[in-house]
Design a protein around this ligand. Structure first.
Ligand SMILES: Cc1cc2nc3c(=O)[nH]c(=O)nc-3n(C[C@H](O)[C@H](O)[C@H](O)COP(=O)(O)O)c2cc1C
Length: 331
């Protein structure tokens, strides 16, 4: 299932991808995931196009890359008027191979910048950003979309935007089939993917509520029109998920995985930001355990990283009961 795919001549030996998640898919998590077996390709968290220019590619946890990370898409939050020539030129000079345009984020702060969902809505601005992106980016170029706003004519508007991206020369689309207003409520409407595929020639990467081999198998008829699948939240819960896809479930040392994430975050982030990142990771990682909410709260209340490590040590020393069925619903 999704063993491989080729997008614009780039062959992915596994077409199972890590979704961009702001606050989560930073350099430390990418390092952990790579060391645990990696995946077909991974996405950085959304990067403000204007800020990318100021980043130090050797140090910044947002843009820094290690050889073990694997094929990485840099996801941009861009709006009309951004200096895309400079931004994309800089990414190319840094050896970046693939860029993704965020057209899906509906957070207020992103809409206020006229990026994400706001850019998706504004056809003229979208056309400009799409054309400029392609003009200044010779590498692999994708866009991540939702279904748009839920209104009677959403299908027409959605199809119009897919055509625009296809005509602009994008190479593939990541489709998270929820409406903007859905946020993460309701379920992803994966059953719409075959229809989406009839609206564009671009390869589709399906995303939303896919939690691993079983859920992919369960949705296979809907996913047959996709070239790849992308997993977000469950990959934070189980960063070994991609590596275990085809084989027997491997013995996982949860304490060691948590500790490594903590070490890598401490290496890449300043102390206060590091604690916050570890707390955020623990919110999802705690979904592995029967009483994970207690672990989550203990770490969320830790005043510093040292205390967080001590609390985690005590938690794991109690051999916490694992959950057979993990869920990210509500997370
Ligand atoms: C905390 C969080 C942060 C996210 N950040 C981003 C982001 O930076 N860019 C993006 O395109 N999507 C972002 N997403 C959406 C995910 O990429 C993905 O579309 C969504 O979680 C559905 O996939 P899943 O069910 O596998 O988690 C984020 C989602 C969450 C929960």
């Amino acid at each position: 299932m999704f063993e491989q795919c080729t997008i614009r001549g780039v062959q992915f030996v596994s077409a199972r991808f890590l979704a961009p998640m702001a606050g989560y898919t930073h350099s430390a998590f990418r390092r952990l995931l790579g060391e645990l077996g990696g995946c077909g390709a991974l996405w950085t968290e959304m990067l403000d196009a204007r800020q990318v220019i100021a980043e130090d590619f050797r140090k910044s946890p947002w843009v820094k890359r290690r050889p073990s990370d694997g094929f990485t898409f840099y996801q941009l939050m861009a709006r009309a008027g951004d200096p895309l020539d400079r931004v994309l030129g800089l990414l190319a000079a840094q050896g970046v191979e693939a860029v993704d345009l965020n057209l899906a984020c509906d957070a207020f702060s992103i809409r206020a910048c006229e990026a994400g969902s706001s850019l998706f809505e504004d056809l003229a601005a979208l056309a400009r950003v799409a054309r400029e992106s392609r003009r200044h980016w010779p590498g692999l170029l994708t866009a991540k979309v939702r279904l748009g706003r839920q209104r009677p004519d959403w299908e027409i508007r959605f199809a119009e935007r897919l055509r625009l991206l296809e005509d602009a020369g994008f190479d593939a689309l990541v489709v998270h089939p929820r409406f903007f207003e859905d946020k993460f409520r309701r379920r992803a409407r994966l059953e719409l993917l075959p229809w989406v595929a009839t609206q564009t020639r671009l390869p589709l990467i399906a995303n939303g509520d896919l939690a691993g081999v079983e859920s992919v198998a369960a949705h296979l008829p809907c996913l047959e029109s996709a070239s790849g699948i992308m997993i977000g939240r469950m990959a934070i819960v189980c960063p070994w998920l991609f590596a275990c896809w085809d084989g027997a479930p491997r013995e996982v040392d949860h304490a060691a995985v948590w500790g490594r994430l903590c070490d890598y975050v401490a290496e890449d982030f300043p102390a206060a930001a590091a604690l916050r990142r570890v707390q955020m990771f623990t919110k999802y990682f705690a979904a592995n355990f029967a009483f994970g909410h207690r672990f989550r709260v203990e770490i969320a209340n830790a005043p510093n990283l040292e205390q967080a490590r001590e609390r985690a040590h005590e938690f794991f020393a109690r051999s916490p009961q694992m959950l057979a069925h993990r869920t990210v619903a509500g997370l």
